[in-house]
Design a binder for this molecule. Sequence first.
Ligand SMILES: [Zn+2]
Length: 440
Amino acid sequence: MEFNVFEYFKGYKRTTPGPMTPEEQGTSYFLAGHMGERISEHVDVYAAKAGLSRRNFLGTASGFAAAMLAVNEITGMKFFDVTKAEAADPAAAKEIKVARKPGADFIVDAHTHICWRKDGYIPGVNTSERGMWFVQLLDDLGKAMGLPNGTKDMTVENFGKLILEGSDTSVAIFNPFGFREDYGGKDMIPIEEQAEVKQRWPDRTVMLGGGLTPNQGLRETLDRMQMFVETYKISGLKLYTFDSTPQRGWWFDDQKKAYPMWEKARKLGIKNIGCHKGIPFGQFMARYAHAEDFDAVCDDFPDLNFIAYHSGWPYHAELAALKGFKPQRKNMYCEVGSTFAATVTSRPLECAHVLGTLLRDLGPDYVMWGTDSALWGNPQWQIDAFRKFQIPEQLVEGHGYPQLTTEIKAKVFGQNAARIWNLKSTASAPPAETPRIVAV
Ligand SMILES: [Zn+2]
């Protein structure tokens, strides 16, 4: 049976009483994966060393460290930079966390969402059967991530609570959902509802426009783009090359359908153009999730930046080759939303290969951090996991991947996004000791 990376989180269960910590959330995902039983045995040993019950231990920074250490021990590769002292002694783990200096990391989450609209998604009324496939996927994911009501909890309010207040994220770039053919002729999240995020947190958010496909009519698409810029002051686009029109999709390098859009973007001063690549979900055709159209469009519009969201995973090698063999390119970017989260706890070797391939071939200046939250609830466990994640020495030697140094992590976490979106990297994350709101 095909292993569904999003389904596997369904095994996730609350393990401790009281408020959920990011550590508990992260630890639980390690335990829910296919290495779960073996990780569990290791974690129990460290809980005993710490003199804590298993239940209480899992919610500490040591529990999370112990799960990571267990992965290192089980696989025989150093995926996580954790020590035995951290895993055995909650006080030591806390000390390491606080010594990290709150605010030292400038974190731009290039990939965030709300996923709710005021009239909801009602099957047969304003949402097609196929449209419900995607809503259901997000509903299940949200519920596994601490949002009891799934998509109904992915609101503007909770965007603030979970991402801006509840994590070390400094700036969140929020992405739209269109797909109006499946949602009663209205964008899955209409731009006027999305704009509330920007209105509430103008200094800590960047708003992208979306829901554009030339298959809805080129004239209308160009007009909407102009309206997004004039009325909503968008800072870029996040588009999808698959759609639910009869054509089912389009390509960024289509000279008739797409090039007028890039010419228009250029005139309107829009420089950053993202596209969902990889993760072929729900009602959409996988072929349009391949990144081959970035090849021509990157060369033909060198003054625009093209960003492959999800990094094209699991087709990331195709994307990487478009820069690996064409090193002259300076306008092809990727971000790791959902890709990192779906692999880091249960497929660490795959996670290391994906990050290694992207960093080696696209280069450390072109890979950006993203979490796809609030679809994944609070992003803090992902941030903590990336801080600890390493590309094991065997892969550095055997594949020529760069090591995940502090400098490279700082570029990925925020500097690359700050450069292309002109963000001041002075914003400081809330102190790490602040209690995190993980569940709503
Ligand atoms: Zn997304």
